[in-house]
Design a protein around this ligand. Structure first.
Ligand code: AHG
Ligand code: MN
Ligand code: MN
Ligand code: MN
Length: 332
């Protein structure tokens, strides 16, 4: 018998005290928006949804039409959801306020509406990443404060997840009680539970990184790749790089191994964004038995200073990420 994500959340609500109806409604907003995105993606070549939108976003990136559509779908669906105080999106410079009344607006949703934009036009997997934060206690309904509400370290996340639009469309999320996987059943139009407890293998067969930037990395990253590909961890490694973070992460979650986006001269603070790329995936990785770090510490401990800040990102299986941390310590 199928269990939809709504039924699953109601079950979770029963045995997770602070999970309220508002959280379930918020998740409904996310699943509805991602089903709208999924439907657009499936007909992309037949409708005028591919290619550049013609504007540059706050990241300095050329927005793709699907970036804009996915962003609008999430803003619309979450804007109608009970319990949402404000939204932070990769595509918007400032937070979007929904309901700042302290009695209603309990959550912030932070998201990357369409991850892997460079892959849209070549029909390669893309995704949506989201993170749910609690509105800080005692905050007044002051629009000027909303951006600061989102500046919480990743260990404070209420929930985090992603949707991967691939051969099948899957939703993976955690609310701190393990990692659950759902698959969109097009015949029902619902995400149905297909993995009750996703665990990352202790070690895996792949390393995943854009080696085109290797000349620009800090030396410790080059030495790390040299060592693991020459057997330092007791096995050979294959290289796999899709260029959509969600797809590279999902493979790492399933098969094990390590994904790295090191600092480069062009992005000395790292390319990936902390609040809506690194933090949600780090939360999932840790809940699945993996790890997520930078050279200086745990991703989830980083105290954010701005909503679009970037971070170096090393995420994956215990064995590979520990080996990275040991090498950082060794090289000092
Ligand atoms: P986004 O499409 O949301 O802007 O994210 C793109 C990110 C991420 O998906 C991926 O891991 C990374 O950019 C790829 O960067 P490179 O093309 O520099 O390897
Ligand atoms: Mn982007
Ligand atoms: Mn992204
Ligand atoms: Mn994006």
């Amino acid at each position: 018998m199928i269990i939809t994500v709504q039924q699953h959340l109601l079950q979770q609500q029963r045995n997770v005290s602070e999970a309220t109806g508002r959280f379930t409604w918020l998740m409904h907003g996310i699943t509805l928006a991602t089903k709208m995105v999924e439907s657009k993606i499936r007909s992309a070549g037949l409708t005028n949804i591919l290619g550049a939108y013609g504007e540059t976003n706050v990241q300095g990136e050329q927005q793709q039409k699907l970036d804009v559509y996915a962003n609008q779908a999430l803003l619309h669906c979450l804007g109608l959801a009970e319990g949402v105080a404000a939204l932070v999106s990769e595509e918007d410079a400032n937070p979007i306020t929904v309901d700042l009344n302290p009695d209603n607006g309990k959550y912030l949703v932070v998201f990357d509406p369409l991850d892997g934009s460079s892959n849209i036009d070549v029909n390669v997997n893309v995704g949506t990443i989201f993170s749910v934060l609690r509105r800080p206690e005692g905050t007044e309904a002051n629009v000027g404060d909303v951006a600061n509400w989102a500046l919480q370290p990743g260990y404070k996340q209420v929930a985090a997840g992603y949707v991967l639009y691939g051969p099948s469309t899957i939703l993976v999320y955690t609310a701190g009680n393990g990692v659950f996987g759902f698959t969109l059943d097009p015949s029902v139009g619902a995400f149905v539970l297909t993995n009750e407890k996703m665990c990352m293998p202790e070690q895996g067969p792949y390393y995943s990184t854009n080696e085109g930037n290797a000349h620009d990395w800090p030396e410790v990253y080059r030495e790390y790749i040299r060592r693991i590909t020459s057997g330092a961890l007791g096995q050979p490694y294959g290289g796999r790089y899709i260029g959509s973070l969600v797809a590279d992460f999902h493979r790492t979650l399933h098969k094990g191994g390590v994904f790295l986006y090191p600092p480069t001269k062009k992005t000395p603070g790292g390319k990936l964004r902390l609040l809506y790329e690194a933090n949600p995936l780090a939360f999932i990785a840790e809940q699945a038995g993996g790890m997520a770090v930078t050279e200086t510490g745990r991703i989830l401990d980083i105290e954010p200073t701005s909503i679009h800040q970037r971070t170096p990102f090393v995420v994956g299986s215990m064995v590979e990420v520990k080996a990275f941390k040991d090498l950082v310590a060794e090289m000092g």
